[in-house]
Design a protein. Structure first.
Length: 350
């Protein structure tokens, strides 16, 4: 969602990735050593379609997988009988949690998963032409889409994790990072499943223009046009809008927001930008209460945000979520999981 949950990060270089790798490597190696599991880059892969957060892992039958090219811009096709190794998923999830504690990058990781999935077009049957959660966002041609400004920072943040766990598809890693960020920020447990297959090259990226704009002439109609194309409905639109409780908008990326506010001038993370809520690293229903009241000029309200209380159908859900956080969490969990599966091809099949 265009700058929907952006977090500015100035450390986009190899030096940053090396630093992060140093900070998490000790705990990662200890975890593998104590569990007796082996971490091998030409990794084994296992079938995995159950929820990482709500269901036990059942499958333990391994198969050989090809080594995944570790370059985000020139990743090669991976041939294996299962897309993702569940044991590596569990360990990667712990490393993502450590990354979140170090870098406070919850918003941009949420945005990474959303923007990979949000290109889905339900009117196109063929994969990967239909778009969706298929890892295509790792390619430069798609990263350069205007709506994806700044997401190269998210890829740099998780590159060391992908390097360590070649038995995880990019598509799964993006969705795992997004879901983990929501949960670690205090949000609901998400009914996720894994095993997404990656696209094989930049020629399989969707065309530009499938993601929402923050300030279209008719915000409510625009939101429906984009989300209905994905197969989502008004409840999904409003529930997913609630993820604006996380993050900041930066004018240098989206053209929206102030350079800094009283809530963002000191970080955490790189300072600056304008947030939708005072506690912009906490996932709760404050987005709806703040948008409803519009009482603080230091908090951002985009035209698409205002639409959820102006459009009669959207307003029913927005009022509900402002009054009842539990109802918001329930509907958000369902909508997030739905979004994360859009357009995905699962191996083994769903």
């Amino acid at each position: 969602m265009a700058e929907r949950v952006s977090l500015a990060l100035n450390t986009t270089t190899t030096t940053m990735a090396s630093s992060l790798r140093t900070q998490v490597s000790a705990s990662r190696l200890l975890r593998f050593s104590s569990s007796g599991s082996k971490l091998s880059f030409p990794s084994s892969s296992l079938s995995f379609t159950r929820s990482l957060v709500s269901s036990p892992l059942l499958s333990q039958k391994r198969c050989q997988a090809a080594l995944v090219n570790r370059s985000f811009s020139s990743a090669a096709t991976t041939h294996c009988t299962a897309a993702t190794d569940p044991e590596q998923l569990k360990s990667a999830r712990e490393d993502i949690k450590e990354l979140l504690n170090i870098k406070f990058c919850h918003p941009i990781l949420v945005r990474l998963g959303w923007h990979d999935a949000g290109t889905y077009n339900k009117n196109i049957s063929g994969w990967p032409q239909r778009g969706g959660a298929n890892g295509s966002l790792r390619y430069e041609i798609e990263l350069k889409h205007a709506a994806n400004a700044g997401l190269v920072n998210a890829l740099n943040l998780i590159k060391h994790i992908k390097d360590m766990y070649s038995g995880i598809s990019y598509a799964d890693l993006f969705q795992l990072a997004s879901a983990t960020a929501i949960e670690e920020a205090g949000g609901p447990k998400l009914p996720m499943k894994y095993g997404r297959v990656d696209t094989s090259g930049p020629h399989e990226c969707p065309e530009e223009g499938r993601l929402p704009d923050a300030g279209p002439p008719s915000p409510a109609n625009h939101l429906r046009e984009v989300f209905y194309r994905m197969g989502l409905d008004d409840k999904d639109i409003v529930a997913l809008s609630g993820a604006h409780t996380l993050g900041r908008s930066r004018p240098e990326r989206s053209g929206w927001g102030k350079p800094e506010t009283k809530y963002t001038k000191e970080g955490p993370g790189a300072p600056g930008g304008q947030s939708w809520t005072p506690e912009w690293l906490k996932f709760d229903n404050s987005y709806f209460t703040e948008i409803k009241e519009k009482r603080d000029e230091d908090l951002l309200v985009l035209p698409t945000d205002a639409a959820i209380f102006e459009d009669p159908s959207f307003k029913v859900y927005a009022e509900k979520y402002a009054a009842d956080q539990d109802a918001f969490f329930k509907d958000y969990a369902e909508s997030h999981a739905k979004l994360s599966n859009l357009g995905a091809k699962f191996n083994p099949p769903e």
